[in-house]
Design a binder for this molecule. Structure first.
Ligand code: FMN
Length: 302
């Protein structure tokens, strides 16, 4: 039986719902898998100016999860455009450029304006949810701030606009709704969960920044709950992520309302995970006699 795996996120057509998450893959992955087979790739978040990120140690393994505090190390817009984006756009897979600003929201609007000039680039993801910055409050921790920033970005860019949300809030569906009302085409969730780890020998925190962001299987139940809650409130497509390691995990997110799924930490454990997940979703649809993945989205029996 032939099954249709294609989904749509705003104006972006994906051949299948599997996306590689921002910050969790690099070019070397091409030695393990053919990027053309993946639904889309989200690039590491960039800022307007180059950013060194946080000092080491900035990653640490925890039971069922990876704790990181990279702090948005990136080359800045100019070098990213010249060195990276030209190359990525030749890979034959939809590229989603992730952007943010660290101190001044104005920088985010400049970034969006510059990216809007690139015809080959169809989609941007605005990361309003990095937990590893020395700022008091994230934009995605405030529904009014989220609304205002997304509204302004919507005016600047007609590219498909995905808004990435933080789980570190009381009610993520309020924030998703604000993003939708402001004109977002999609929301992606979740970014990492604020967390910490301790070394009892040195009696020091494992990360230089003390706290960081937890990803991997440990956060899957949190992410599923977030996707389910947001699905009850918004009509725009949801990209679900957080601890997806195999096709079974991905299907759980689709049942809870995700139109597409992001694969992050799994790429570090098994570089071929995303391909196996695509095949596994296909097998599940065939075995359960679904002709189209869209028949499955949000069909959790509650
Ligand atoms: C090492 C590392 C770096 C990350 N960098 C970014 C980033 O630059 N921008 C972003 O939006 N999310 C970033 N994330 C978050 C992931 O994109 C994803 O939302 C999160 O890890 C949850 O998915 P997972 O459990 O499958 O990894 C990063 C995650 C990790 C582990």
């Amino acid at each position: 039986m032939r099954v249709n795996l294609s989904v749509k996120i705003g104006k972006l057509n994906l051949k299948n719902p599997v996306i590689l998450c921002s910050g969790t893959f690099s070019e070397e992955l091409k030695y393990f898998l053919d990027f053309k087979k993946i639904g889309a790739l989200v690039t590491k978040t960039i800022t307007l100016k180059p950013n060194l990120g946080n000092p080491p140690p900035r990653t640490c393994e925890t039971p069922s999860g990876l704790l990181n505090s990279i702090g948005l190390e990136n080359p800045g817009l100019d070098l990213f455009l010249k060195r990276d984006l030209v190359k990525f756009l030749k890979w034959g897979v939809p590229i989603i450029v992730s952007i943010t600003s660290i101190d001044e929201p104005e920088e985010l609007f400049i970034l969006a304006k510059e990216l809007a000039k690139i015809k080959e680039l169809k989609t941007i993801e605005v990361n309003l949810s990095c937990p590893n910055l020395r700022i008091k409050k994230l934009i995605s921790q405030d529904k009014d701030a989220t609304y205002n920033v997304v509204k302004k970005l919507r005016k600047i860019s007609s590219q498909t606009l995905i808004v990435k949300l933080s789980p570190n809030v009381t009610d993520i569906s309020e924030i998703a709704l604000a993003a939708e009302k402001a004109g977002a085409d999609s929301v992606s969730l979740i970014n990492t969960v604020s967390a910490m780890a301790v070394d009892i020998q040195t009696r020091k925190p494992m990360l230089s920044t003390v706290t960081g962001g937890l990803s991997g299987p440990a956060i899957k139940p949190i992410a599923l709950r977030a996707v389910w809650q947001v699905y009850q409130r918004v009509k725009i497509p949801i990209i679900g992520m957080g601890g997806i390691m195999d096709a079974k995990d991905a299907i759980e997110f689709i049942l809870c309302g995700a139109t597409a799924v992001g694969i992050g930490t799994a790429n570090f454990v098994n570089p071929k995970a995303s391909l196996e997940i695509i095949e596994g979703i296909k097998g599940y649809l065939e075995a359960n006699r679904f002709k189209d993945i869209k028949e499955l989205i949000g069909t959790l029996k509650v």
